[in-house]
Write a protein that binds this ligand. Structure first.
Ligand code: HEC
Length: 111
């Protein structure tokens, strides 16, 4: 049976969370809560054969900061732009680390 790694499970939780942010933002809402522990990105176990490559290291903190910026109610940049920046950071890492979910992640972008 397929047993997703701790990291894969966490990625799916991030996907679901951002899907919910997207509908909230499209509906004109202002998201304020970030219930995910993003530091798990530094600790979660990955699928056998995957590892925290140099590329991963170069994107992970940029991504974390951009995901946090969405719920920063003092943020000066437009909400939709902050949200799309975070999703583009998902994509930046995925371009080299794990390309399979890219089409799915692109659907999270707000057009
Ligand atoms: C720093 C790099 C990085 C960032 C940022 C990142 N990912 Fe990932 N993602 C990965 C890697 C590596 C895997 C494979 C993990 C594994 O198999 O253990 C993965 C796996 C996934 C998967 C597949 C999970 C499965 O069931 O196998 C999805 C979906 C996903 N990521 C969505 C996202 C979304 C949405 C974001 C942004 C909110 C994001 N990722 C941000 C590197 C990243």
């Amino acid at each position: 049976m397929y047993q997703p790694s701790e990291m894969a499970g966490f990625m799916n939780a991030m996907y679901a969370y951002n899907q919910q942010l997207k509908s909230q933002i499209v509906a004109g809402g202002t998201p304020t809560s970030l219930p995910l522990d993003l530091l798990k990105l530094h600790s979660a176990e990955m699928t056998a054969g995957k590892s925290r490559t140099e590329n991963w290291q170069s994107f992970v903190n940029v991504f974390i900061a951009s995901q946090k910026a969405i719920v920063d109610t003092l943020g000066k940049t437009e909400l939709k732009e902050r949200y799309n920046t975070a999703i583009n950071n998902c994509l930046n890492c995925h371009k080299t680390e794990c390309t399979g979910p890219i089409p799915k992640i692109k659907k999270l972008l707000i057009q």
